[in-house]
Ligand binder design. Structure first.
Ligand code: ADP
Ligand code: MG
Length: 336
């Protein structure tokens, strides 16, 4: 059997099954957005995230500053997903060797801008030759913000499912990059490309949600439904989702209308939005509504966790049919 047939989750399972189960100082191992280490009465969250030329980006389609920003932002988003505050980042940088020094300086500028914005010291890394193309891999370390970290495994039947902010703009930006798109205004084009190239990890919101008692959380990197599937699998539950409640921006609706597409195509399967998707016992919702969160990150309830496994979709209360897509590294769809 090939890796393509086995799929990304299957490959991860190969390692997960062979790895020692978490014990001792390792509190949480393979399977969540971050691993968790217990260290001197504190909990540390660890994660790494790689961006590979040809898989995550195409050379010449993304500015080096944006590449630097996006690679770090995507890694930090995994800290947001457990409610951790960033403590440090390490960068593995793979270069062909033929890049100009100016290119690398601009890449660095993007990394530094993101590191400053999210108060993350760049603490080290490794620089290697990578003849097949550019590679940026960030390892990030975070501390438990309000004392607790939120895992994918804590969702229980009856908990609300909510998402923080609009979905789908990143995927729309990607479609702008890959296909010739006429009739899109410069403003709309700028906005959608920005969503794709300069994601904003929801670190502040993540640690607030952890403090408030979110029961499970994940960042939407692979597409809303695929990421919700990870929560359901790790928690041993299912979910009922109201598609008409999934938040989409007016800009995305306008863009989709122009293309004759359904905005939900972008919002449900697109990925790379890096919005927080979380579960919360209903009794805690009223308190969450009183919390101040960064603009555009207000949570919207899109459904409920159910005892029966699987994700069931509804539209205006009626069952809706839809294939659950999302990003799969070894699938037909690849990012560009
Ligand atoms: P995310 O989308 O949040 O970055 P992934 O889907 O990449 O998460 O990974 C899911 C889980 O599998 C994480 O806990 C990650 O650390 C783990 N993982 C992924 N690849 C490997 C690997 N090659 N070896 C060990 N663990 C892995
Ligand atoms: Mg994640």
């Amino acid at each position: 059997m090939t890796v393509r047939k086995l799929g990304e989750i299957g490959v991860i399972r190969l390692f997960r099954e062979a790895a020692e189960p978490a014990r001792g100082e390792l509190d949480v191992g393979i399977g969540d957005d971050c691993a968790v280490l217990k260290c001197c009465d504190k909990k540390l969250a660890l994660s790494c995230d790689a961006m590979v030329e040809g898989t995550h980006f195409l050379r010449g389609k993304i500015a080096p500053e944006q590449l630097g920003w996006k690679a770090l932002a995507a890694a930090l988003s995994d800290l947001a997903a457990v409610g951790a505050r960033p403590l440090a980042a390490l960068l593995v940088l793979g270069l062909r060797g033929t890049e100009s020094v100016r290119f690398v300086s601009r890449l660095r500028d993007g990394v530094v801008r993101c590191a400053r914005r999210y108060k993350t010291p760049l603490a080290g890394g490794d620089t290697v030759r990578s003849p097949q193309g550019l590679l940026l891999s960030f390892t990030v370390i975070g501390g438990a913000g309000a004392g607790r970290l939120v895992l994918r495994s804590g969702a229980r039947p009856g908990h609300l499912v909510a998402v923080c902010g609009c979905l789908g703009e990143s995927a729309a930006g990607l479609s702008l990059l890959l296909e010739k798109q006429r009739g899109v205004t410069a403003r709309l084009r700028r906005r959608l490309l920005r969503a794709h190239f300069e994601p904003r990890p929801q670190l502040e919101t993540g640690s607030r949600l952890a403090a408030l008692g979110a029961s499970a959380m994940i960042d939407t990197s692979d597409g809303l439904l695929r990421d919700l599937g990870h929560i359901c699998r790790e928690s041993g539950v299912g979910a009922d989702i109201e598609l008409d409640r999934v938040p989409v921006s007016r800009d995305l609706v306008r863009f989709a209308e122009q293309r004759g597409r359904d905005p939900l195509d972008f919002a449900l399967d697109g990925g790379e939005d890096y919005r927080l998707l979380f579960c919360l016992p209903p009794a805690k919702w009223a308190r969450l509504e009183r919390v101040r969160l960064p603009s555009g990150e207000r949570p919207v309830v899109i459904g409920r966790i159910a005892e029966r496994g699987g994700i069931r979709l509804f539209h205006r209360g009626r069952p809706a049919r839809r294939r659950i897509g999302g990003f799969e590294h070894f699938g037909k769809r690849s990012r560009g």
